[in-house]
Design a protein around this ligand. Structure first.
Ligand SMILES: Cc1ncc(COP(=O)(O)O)c(C=O)c1O
Length: 405
């Protein structure tokens, strides 16, 4: 089907929930994507942090083939080896004692909210005071289903969908005093992204996260980290909490975990897990053998010391090159981020700059209206960073004319 025809049919048959640029992706290889007209793109989006190993990774394709031939799905009514292997790998390499597996980021957040409330309920009954409130942050993004949407600290995502789930109190991100003020006898947890990606690529201050840990310990609250976009090695450590040196009680993962297949995970301490019994929560597809076999391979690859060292080096290189560009172009107002995620604020609407990149064969995306977001696959090399930054240089030198579609 020709590109124009496909775009027209998309308009007719699909619910319009997103604006897309006018080309049709067909295949990928390493750091490159190709549209169906044969145009080649350097990928600095990685399927929004999903494709950690780029495209066509041989090991991931092999695992998919082998496991698909054995068993794709068998239901959580039955045991399967890949599920247990994945959970063991995650537990043995994190703060957690138990794992719950589901299908997406938002679903992991839903589960985390339920597990938190169950813990709060159990604690509350002991002290004859119900505890269900969760403190969340301005600028946060946790997903599109009702619990996750209610926890999200950006009203633009919530508009027209009320009433939302009660029990969330949003306070200013990185403001410890505001968190302290929000805590009352109903609050049982604090939910935070160590780095807010959708919210504009804003990292938490280490002191802020340390302060949250201290508050949670002193007031007997749970600390929840949403590492769905920034976790799993993008920071240069397997988990972002390890980068900051602050352990949560519950952590959500998703995006890169399934190597492109859908999966979400909630990692938790035993004190939370012990309040949940068979029948309390569940899923049909979550933790199926195919995705778990792939996810096990993905985590093994993501925790390899050589990969982590490479992410750290290339992350520093990306930020160094972007800051050099900032020094030369006054249109760049700010460069933010950490590891292999960068957010750049310029004098132009982000969408138009993204269009200029695309015209020149580089895919980047936005994080809100102002921020240009770069989050390449973790296999990115210096030469790719040079290519993307040199093109940014060209865009800023020539000026932004793209209409931004
Ligand atoms: C931090 C964070 N939490 C939750 C989600 C929701 O994940 P999903 O789109 O898989 O439902 C996202 C998605 O962008 C995210 O970045």
């Amino acid at each position: 089907m020709k590109t124009e025809q496909l775009i027209e049919q998309e308009r007719i048959y699909l619910l319009h929930t997103i604006d897309r640029p006018p080309f049709v992706l067909e295949k990928g290889n390493g750091m490159r994507l190709f549209d169906q007209e044969g145009n080649r793109y350097l990928d600095f989006v990685s399927g929004i942090s999903v494709n950690a190993f780029g495209y066509g990774n041989f090991e991931i394709i092999e695992i998919i083939k082998q496991q698909a031939a054995k068993l794709i799905h068998c239901s959580n009514l039955f045991y399967s080896l890949p599920q247990v292997e994945l959970a063991k790998l995650l537990v043995e390499n994190s703060f957690a004692d138990k794992v719950f597996l589901c299908n997406s980021g938002t679903e992991a957040i839903e589960a985390a909210i339920k597990f938190t409330r169950r813990w709060g309920d159990t604690q509350g009954r002991r002290n004859s005071q119900p505890r269900y409130g969760i403190v969340t942050m301005t600028g946060s993004f946790h997903g599109r289903t009702y619990g996750a949407l209610s926890a999200t600290g950006q009203s633009k995502f919530q508009k027209g969908f009320g009433p939302l789930l009660p029990g969330f109190t949003t306070v200013e991100f990185n403001n410890l005093e505001a968190v302290e003020k929000a805590i009352n006898e109903n609050i049982c947890a604090i939910l935070v992204e160590p780095l807010q990606a959708e919210g504009g690529v804003n990292a938490a201050d280490r002191e802020f996260l340390l302060g949250l840990r201290q508050i949670c310990d002193q007031r007997d609250l749970l600390l929840l980290f949403d590492e769905i976009q920034f976790g799993l090695s993008r920071s240069g450590s397997l988990f972002a909490y390890q980068h900051f040196g602050v352990e949560p009680d519950i952590m959500t993962l998703a995006k890169p975990l399934g190597g492109g297949l859908p999966i979400g995970a909630v990692l938790m301490r035993q004190k939370i897990a012990q309040n949940l019994a068979p029948g309390d929560h569940g899923t049909t597809f979550g933790g199926g053998p195919l995705v778990c076999a792939v996810a096990t391979k993905v985590v093994q690859k993501l925790m390899a010391p050589e990969l982590l060292a490479q992410v750290r080096q290339n992350g520093e290189y990306l930020h160094m090159r972007l800051n050099q560009l900032k020094a030369r172009h006054s249109q760049i107002r700010e460069v933010r981020g950490l590891g292999l995620i960068a957010g750049i604020v310029t004098d132009y609407p982000a969408k138009r700059v993204v269009g200029e990149f695309r015209k020149r064969g580089v895919l980047v995306c936005t994080a809100g209206k102002e921020v240009i977001r770069m989050l390449p696959p973790l296999i990115v090399q210096k030469e790719h960073i040079d290519e993307a930054v040199d093109i940014f240089d060209e865009i800023l030198t020539q000026g932004v004319t793209d209409e931004g579609n």
